[in-house]
Design a binder for this molecule. Structure first.
Ligand SMILES: [Mg+2]
Length: 369
């Protein structure tokens, strides 16, 4: 041993995770609003999108409950996340969504009846119209976290093509415990990709609470190991979300690399219509979460600023209900695909065993009597 050596024990790195919030749960402004949300009409637009999304979401649940839709994943309580994503993204960007990002899809031009068709198992639902920003977006990926590595591939292509565009990929809190999440962030960090990761922390991964999901203090800090900035934002404050996501997307487009944004929110509904959340969480917890609802919060703020009246609210409620009803009618009026269609998007060439099944399916009527 070298006699002159001394032990080394010093700090070599330190990190911080910041949380952004502009409006508190009671609708009180905590600071001057950021530039992206200073305009009154922008704020009202955000509010309208969230209310309309909630009405459409409620309609989807009603259709499922009456046997007219398959299993459905409600976005109740998380409307601000999808709204802010949709407003922060530009046409040339690519959205790789998680289910519940409905508002983002609607803002990018996906017809809401396509969402209903998706949950009815109709393959045509994810063929987005050619003339809307969503035309190059991805469909939902139901297996947890698998969309994250796909997003790396898309962002890498954008970088190779030197396009001024970014990818936004979203996932739930449960997805952040998967290997795909770390692998995707690692690759994005090394390659400096134009990629924004949004971890929508709605506190529950089906029946697993956040505390049993990970021992990490925040989900945002998971980015630090991959060399990415990670930050938290109040996911029920649409103004804060719009600002943080706008900054992250601008940075990604401008060549400053990827970021992780953890949006703190709460899933007010069951995981899906096939779930009963009363079995694993208390009524008090859900009641308390309603107090932080993103729609109530923005309405309180707008009302206090004299930007929204009772009559505005009444008109919006009626318009949102009418919109939801017309979406449902458009969905119900769609001629179902033939049963064999379920085989047609699986393989370039169908294996023999599935060819037989496809033929058998074709021999059945489109709708069982
Ligand atoms: Mg979750």
């Amino acid at each position: 041993m070298n006699q002159g050596s001394t032990a080394v024990n010093r700090q070599v790195a330190s990190f911080e995770v910041r949380l952004t919030r502009y409006i508190d749960p009671d609708g009180r402004g905590l600071a001057p609003l950021p530039e992206r949300a200073r305009d009154a009409e922008t704020l009202r637009h955000m509010y309208r999108v969230m209310v309309e999304t909630r009405a459409i979401d409620r309609k989807a649940v009603s259709l499922q409950r009456t046997g007219q839709l398959g299993t459905y994943a409600s976005c109740l309580g998380q409307e601000a996340v999808g709204t802010a994503i949709g407003l922060a993204m530009r046409e040339q960007d690519v959205l790789i969504p998680a289910y519940r990002d409905y508002a983002a899809q609607f803002l990018r031009g996906v017809p809401p009846q396509a969402t209903f068709l998706y949950w009815a198992g109709d393959e045509r639902s994810m063929q987005f119209p050619d003339d809307v920003p969503a035309r190059h977006d991805f469909p939902f990926c139901v297996p947890i976290a698998t969309q994250l590595t796909q997003a790396v591939g898309v962002a890498y292509a954008i970088k190779l093509q030197r396009r001024h565009a970014a990818v936004l990929v979203s996932c739930g809190d449960g997805a952040t415990s998967r290997g795909d999440f770390y692998e995707a962030m690692n690759a994005a960090g090394v390659w400096g990709l134009p990629l924004v990761f949004v971890a929508v922390n709605n506190q529950w991964a089906i029946s697993v609470p956040r505390a049993q999901q990970t021992a990490a203090q925040t989900l945002a800090q998971k980015a630090i190991a991959a060399g990415l900035p990670g930050e938290q934002v109040d996911g029920n404050d649409v103004i804060a979300l719009r600002q943080v996501l706008g900054e992250a997307l601008d940075a990604a487009r401008d060549g400053h690399g990827p970021r992780l944004v953890e949006a703190l929110t709460y899933r007010l509904h069951d995981h899906t219509t096939a779930d009963d959340a009363r079995r694993y969480r208390s009524e008090e917890e859900v009641k308390a979460a309603w107090q932080r609802c993103p729609i109530l919060r923005l309405r309180a703020y707008l009302t206090a600023q004299n930007l929204w009246t009772a009559s505005d609210e009444e008109q919006l409620d009626a318009a949102a209900a009418a919109k939801a009803e017309s979406v449902a009618q458009a969905y119900l009026a769609t001629t179902p695909e033939p049963p064999q269609a379920m085989f047609d998007s699986l393989y370039a060439e169908l294996p023999a065993s599935l060819r037989t099944q496809r033929e058998q399916a074709g021999a059945r009527p489109a709708k069982e009597p």
